[in-house]
Ligand binder design. Structure first.
Ligand SMILES: NC(=O)c1ccc[n+]([C@@H]2O[C@H](COP(=O)([O-])OP(=O)(O)OC[C@H]3O[C@@H](n4cnc5c(N)ncnc54)[C@H](OP(=O)(O)O)[C@@H]3O)[C@@H](O)[C@H]2O)c1
Length: 259
């Protein structure tokens, strides 16, 4: 067996269909590209059409099969219609990556019900509803991969964690419930846990060189995360090779959480 064949048997996503929410920016975009370049047909879901279409253009330029759906995952109707539109190009997904997320960060004392509701809707409810929509079908077909993107703030408070940290903590619990429900049927569920990653989500912090350097110093690797750092871990969790990895929080954070 050649090295290439061996690696393909472990990690190739040929013939798989993946749905990546938040796949038009930052970490989600890097994950969408990684899954697509590993062989999956990928549908990216987010709101802004220009970013979605640019992402799909980039994937097509790599020779990948990709499509996009514009939807607001902050409403239940938005999630439902996103799911229905997302199955049109390539069929039901084998891999669902919930990466869309928002971090609004008002001080806790000023955090109103609107911020709480929006945060829970996008960060927690959308992954739950998409799991309910696609998890049982994956279980019936005997293969599935649910991958949620959480945060170090699921584990500790950090820079006004407020509602955001709560939503990410609950998302990790959801992952364990989903793993318990569907792992016996070949559907694993895990979370990828970023530390501090230079993306548009935290543009305010990324623009402050002193804060950026201070955060980098808290890692073991000595730098902050890049979206591309998630490519390998995402392909691994989505692949056949990860069949016995389920219910886990996989930290991709340069050692931040253990320093
Ligand atoms: N960057 C970090 O340091 C960091 C650290 C820990 C965890 N994370 C998590 O990693 C994930 C990705 O973050 P990122 O840093 O890559 O952020 P990003 O570049 O801001 O990307 C967020 C993505 O989510 C989409 N999105 C946001 N609200 C949406 C909505 N209501 N409906 C549909 N799509 C929506 C955005 O597209 P539209 O705006 O066009 O809708 C975009 O594609 C998030 O879950 C975040 O919480 C990031």
């Amino acid at each position: 067996m050649t090295t290439q064949t061996y690696l393909s048997e472990l990690f190739s996503l040929d013939g798989r269909v993946a749905l990546v929410t938040g796949g038009s920016s930052g970490i989600g975009r890097a994950i969408a590209e990684a899954l697509a370049r590993a062989g999956a047909s990928v549908v990216v879901v987010a709101r802004r059409e220009a970013e979605l279409s640019a992402t799909v253009g980039e994937l097509a330029a790599h020779g990948c099969r990709a499509a996009w759906v514009s939807a607001d995952l902050g409403t239940r109707d938005g999630v439902r219609s996103a799911a229905e539109e997302a199955v049109e190009p390539f069929g039901e997904p084998d891999i669902l990556v919930n990466c869309a997320g928002i971090n609004l960060r008002p001080p806790l004392g000023e955090l109103g019900e609107d911020v709480w509701d929006t945060t829970m809707a996008v960060n927690l409810e959308a992954p739950f509803l998409l799991g309910q929509r696609f998890g049982p079908g994956m279980a019936e077909r005997g293969f599935g991969r649910l991958i949620h993107v959480t945060s170090q703030q699921a584990h500790r408070a950090f820079v006004q964690s407020g509602a955001y940290g709560v939503s990410k903590g609950a998302l990790e619990s959801l992952a364990r419930s989903q793993a318990e429900a569907w792992s016996p049927y070949g559907v694993t569920c895990n979370t990828l846990v970023p530390g501090f990653v230079m993306t548009p989500l935290n543009a305010r912090l990324s623009d402050d060189p002193e804060k950026v350097a201070a955060l980098a110093a808290r890692t073991m690797v000595g730098r902050n995360g890049l979206a591309e750092d998630f490519a390998g871990a995402a392909v691994f969790l989505a692949s056949r090779a990860a069949a016995y990895v389920t219910g886990q929080a996989v930290f991709v954070d340069g050692g931040l959480s253990v320093h």
